[in-house]
Design a protein around this ligand. Structure first.
Ligand code: HEM
Length: 483
């Protein structure tokens, strides 16, 4: 047997980076949730900031979506990656200095994006900006670009791409040094580094500079879909394949099935993007193709869910007693529900009814909050006590965080999905537009309360974290993970 000593995980992990990224993610999540609430209030005519152009909900809607994607999700994923990758590969990330550069550069990118989105149209009217744009043949929009989630101002795009490239270099390096077969988590991570870079470039450069008409529409659909499917999904599932077995202290039920999930996602997911634009002038064979590949993705998802359910089999009580496991498995149930909902909405028959309605917004929150935010909250619930070397200040606050979030997102999604069905029928029966707006009001009022519950849960978490942080460290504080 080799006498070589294997370094323990905690010596390889830069704990401060994990902490900083997770805290940054919470700051952006708070801001993005407030932006969502502002937009929700506007839709029920309760906008508290009426008349302030810079704080108008239209601008803050983009801060909401970009804030959750690039400020919250990206930071939280990076924090988790700095914890997981060195522990799985037994190698440090490429460079400590680069890691800190990425941290500060990423916060600057997200902050500038917010500034660009809010100030954009105001800058454009300045004569010196117009002159500069004409002289250098720049796109006139110094603010938002006209593509959902691709709104990041054009002058941020190359910097963000460089940032994504550096992230890939930093994390791929330890994976390359690993000997022997790679655990499925690392498969997902490697793919995510490549896919995220390509997806961002596709959505922010191709559609802005090279494509027009239906081609731009088709690629735009691919972009919004791939941002969820090839950035958020592989990182999310990759983390689940790491944290669930670690906390349950048993291996994943089937390694073979986990690879079916990975390759199924890799093959079918990128083909599904055009399902966002069914019944548009995009050629029908592409629309049919996207429907079929979406159905294939759902079959693949079922194999992944079966694998995780079989893993927790026999330890079901832990879903009740262990908070991170509860967050993870609730997220998985929401994931399954999202896919079930998707199986309906991807059919052309159903699209006739729900296209452009609130059904889609319900779907978006079910997956982005119900699944990925839940998983990240679970990861933070597990990691913060380990990193800070002390237990949570209050179990009760942690329970409130869970229940307010779970109930809030369930009510918000169910409410909007139902609103979408009503709106679809009002439109299909050619009722005046006002009928659908008036009829939607009760649903939109309920959305405000559901959003307040989610925000309340978030505040419980932040307060709990603050109090935990302020507790005196135990004499024998250790940063070691329990596995
Ligand atoms: C306080 C909680 C939240 C409230 C009140 C809220 C509210 C809203 C509102 C009003 C919209 C615009 C809907 C429209 O244009 O008709 C929206 C869109 C969106 N929100 Fe939230 N939101 C919240 C939390 C979140 C979180 C945490 C995420 C993700 C992690 C998220 C992801 C999204 C996405 C992806 C969209 C775009 C949906 C689409 O265009 O179909 N939201 N949200």
């Amino acid at each position: 047997m080799s006498t070589q000593t294997i370094p323990r995980g905690e010596e390889l992990v830069e704990l401060k980076l994990v902490k900083y990224h997770l805290v940054a993610s919470l700051i952006f999540l708070g801001a993005a949730m407030l932006a969502g609430l502002l937009m929700a209030l506007q839709l029920v005519h309760w906008n508290p900031l009426q008349g302030w152009e810079l704080l108008s909900p239209g601008r803050w809607r983009m801060v909401h979506t970009n804030g959750v994607a690039y400020g919250f999700l990206a930071n939280a994923f990076l924090g988790a990656l700095y914890w997981v990758v060195p522990r799985l590969t037994l190698h440090r990330v490429y460079s400590r200095a680069l890691s800190w550069f990425i941290f500060w550069a990423w916060q600057a990118i997200v902050a500038l994006t917010v500034v660009g989105l809010i100030w954009g149209p105001s800058w454009q009217t300045a004569s010196w900006v117009q002159e500069l744009a004409q002289r250098w043949n720049l796109p006139m929009s110094l603010g938002a670009q006209g593509l959902e989630w691709g709104e990041t101002p054009f002058w941020i795009d190359p910097v963000a791409l460089l940032g994504l490239f550096l992230v890939a270099v930093n994390f791929v390096s330890p994976v390359m040094k690993t000997k022997g077969p790679l655990y499925v988590t690392l498969w997902y991570f490697l793919a995510a580094f490549v896919w995220t870079f390509l997806t961002y470039a596709m959505g922010n450069l191709l559609t802005e500079y090279h494509l027009t008409g239906t081609s731009a529409g088709a690629v735009g659909g691919l972009f919004i879909h791939d941002l969820v499917g090839l950035f958020v999904t592989p990182l999310g599932w990759g983390l689940m394949y790491y944290f669930v077995p670690i906390i349950l202290r048993k291996p994943i039920w089937s390694h073979g099935l986990s690879l079916v999930g990975f390759w199924g996602l890799a093959f079918f997911y990128p083909l599904s993007g055009i399902h966002h634009f069914l019944y548009t002038p995009i050629p029908m064979f592409l629309q049919y193709g996207s429907v079929i590949s979406t159905i294939a993705v759902e079959l693949v998802v079922t194999t992944v869910i079966i694998n995780f359910m079989a893993t927790v089999w026999g330890q079901g009580r832990m879903i009740y007693t262990n908070l991170p496991i509860r967050w993870f498995y609730t997220g998985m149930v929401f994931y399954f529900l999202t896919c079930l909902q998707c199986a309906l909405q991807v059919t052309l028959t159903f699209q006739k009814l729900i296209h452009f309605t609130d059904w889609v917004v319900g779907h978006a929150h079910l997956v982005m909050f119900g699944v990925f935010t839940m998983w990240l909250f679970g990861i933070m619930t597990y990691l913060f006590p380990v990193i800070l070397g002390r237990p949570w200040y209050s179990r009760q606050l942690a329970e409130w965080h869970f229940w307010l979030s779970a109930a809030g997102v369930f009510v918000m999604s169910a409410d909007l999905i139902l609103a979408g069905v009503f709106q679809g029928f009002w439109w299909a029966s050619l009722q005046p537009w006002d009928v659908s707006i008036t009829g939607s009001q009760p649903f939109w009022v309920l959305r405000v309360f559901a959003g307040l519950a989610m925000f309340g849960g978030f505040l419980c978490f932040v307060w709990n974290l603050y109090k935990t942080w302020c507790e005196p460290a135990p004499a024998t504080a250790t940063a070691a993970a329990p596995a």
